[in-house]
Design a protein around this ligand. Structure first.
Ligand SMILES: NC(=O)c1ccc[n+]([C@@H]2O[C@H](COP(=O)([O-])OP(=O)(O)OC[C@H]3O[C@@H](n4cnc5c(N)ncnc54)[C@H](O)[C@@H]3O)[C@@H](O)[C@H]2O)c1
Length: 340
């Protein structure tokens, strides 16, 4: 039996609390020794709920603890890159929430620090661990649909985030579509060459006034000739709409929404059922547990994580290409973003 992995969690907000609960209560291979948050009360509340012995305002308490082998970075996006560098310098393995950063030079510095230190880095693209999307991926890999030709991703939120969040989110392509960019790479196993994005403000004019969009269609041209679309909305009135389909020379495979139950009512007027699971905390709960189990096992078994630094970097390049495409009204090759 490999020994337990001692973990420190940085950031005890929405996603930090979720990971803390999983690590503390559902992942027996892990032991959380400390949690930090610049808001001490947030760290203390998280520590109390999850029986974590140390709560601190200073993440260096985690970095300096020689018993902690791995850190889970769940703080605000603008802190990720330097925390990765600090953790790598301290010799800790790293799980970091997406995105690493919005700035490619900062991402590159962080990834270099990881390589230099020889530590593991897993990026929090949890949807790869969703059992439905993983099955789609595996079917494609097994050749069940022949050669993939078309990819469709529908990804619509139940309601938009607060305007204060929109203003600092990096824009819809980097905040929301980034998960879909990762899914596109994961499902096809291929890189995107160019992107054409059309977008608009259909949900809330305040989102437009904040300089963002809330509705988009993104066309992807892959290196191997596969064509893809991503369809995003910040508001689907029937709830969280998360579907994929891949069509190939030998068939197609798709995954539909997930519902809280299988009950379907049929009567003289209509057939109906309950709405899909409402948002990511419900819809993707299994995937958050599975990604963290995978990270802990990779540390225990000295294996490379399945979602590494480059997987964190490429979707940021794709998001920037989509932004440029939307602004300039033309397809943008990813190499144009790299050249800057
Ligand atoms: N994978 C996913 O599905 C998913 C979902 C939600 C959020 N996220 C990502 O997780 C990150 C956090 O998002 P959130 O929704 O939990 O935000 P949040 O605002 O709820 O929580 C962030 C927490 O980090 C703390 N913090 C900020 N700087 C810190 C520092 N230097 N040290 C310690 N704590 C610090 C804040 O006080 C806050 O409590 C973001 O990067 C976001 O993109 C990923």
């Amino acid at each position: 039996m490999p020994s337990k992995v001692n973990v420190g969690i940085i950031g005890a907000g929405r996603i930090g609390k979720l990971h803390a609960e999983h690590l503390a209560h559902r992942i027996p291979q892990a032991r959380v020794l400390a949690v930090s948050d610049i808001v001490l009360n947030a760290a203390q509340q998280c520590a109390a709920t999850c029986n974590i012995p140390t709560a601190t305002q200073d993440h260096r308490v985690i970095m300096d603890n020689p018993d902690i082998e791995a850190v889970v970075i769940c703080s605000s996006t603008d802190t990720h890159a330097h925390l990765i560098e600090e953790a790598a310098a301290a010799g800790k393995h790293i799980f970091c929430e997406k995105p690493i950063d919005f700035d490619l030079a900062r991402i590159d510095r962080a990834l270099t620090a990881v390589d230099t230190a020889g530590v593991k880095l897993q990026i929090g693209f949890n949807r790869r661990f969703d059992p439905n999307f993983k099955r789609v991926h595996d079917m494609i890999q097994e050749g069940r649909i022949g050669e993939p030709q078309l990819l469709h991703i529908i990804s619509r939120d139940p309601s938009p985030p607060p305007i204060a969040y929109v203003k600092v989110s990096g824009g819809m392509f980097l905040d929301m579509t980034i998960h879909d960019f990762d899914m596109a790479r994961y499902l096809t196993g291929c890189e995107v060459q160019s992107i054409y994005a059309a977008g608009g403000v259909k949900v809330d004019p305040a989102i437009g006034e904040a300089g963002d969009i809330d509705t988009a269609i993104i066309t992807l041209h892959f290196d191997n000739g596969v064509l893809g679309t991503i369809d995003n909305s910040r508001q689907a009135v029937y709830g969280y709409d998360q579907r994929v389909e891949v069509f190939g020379s030998g068939g197609s495979v798709r995954a539909d929404n997930v519902y809280p139950n299988t009950a379907v009512v049929s009567n003289a007027q209509t057939v109906y059922r309950d709405l899909p699971l409402n948002f990511f905390m419900e819809r993707y709960i299994d995937s958050y547990i599975a990604e963290m189990v995978t990270f802990i096992e990779c540390v225990q078994r000295d294996q490379s994580p399945p979602v590494i630094g480059i997987d964190g970097r490429v979707p940021v390049v794709m998001g920037k290409a989509a932004q440029k495409s939307y602004q300039e009204g033309r397809p943008v090759a990813l190499c144009e973003i790299e050249k800057k």
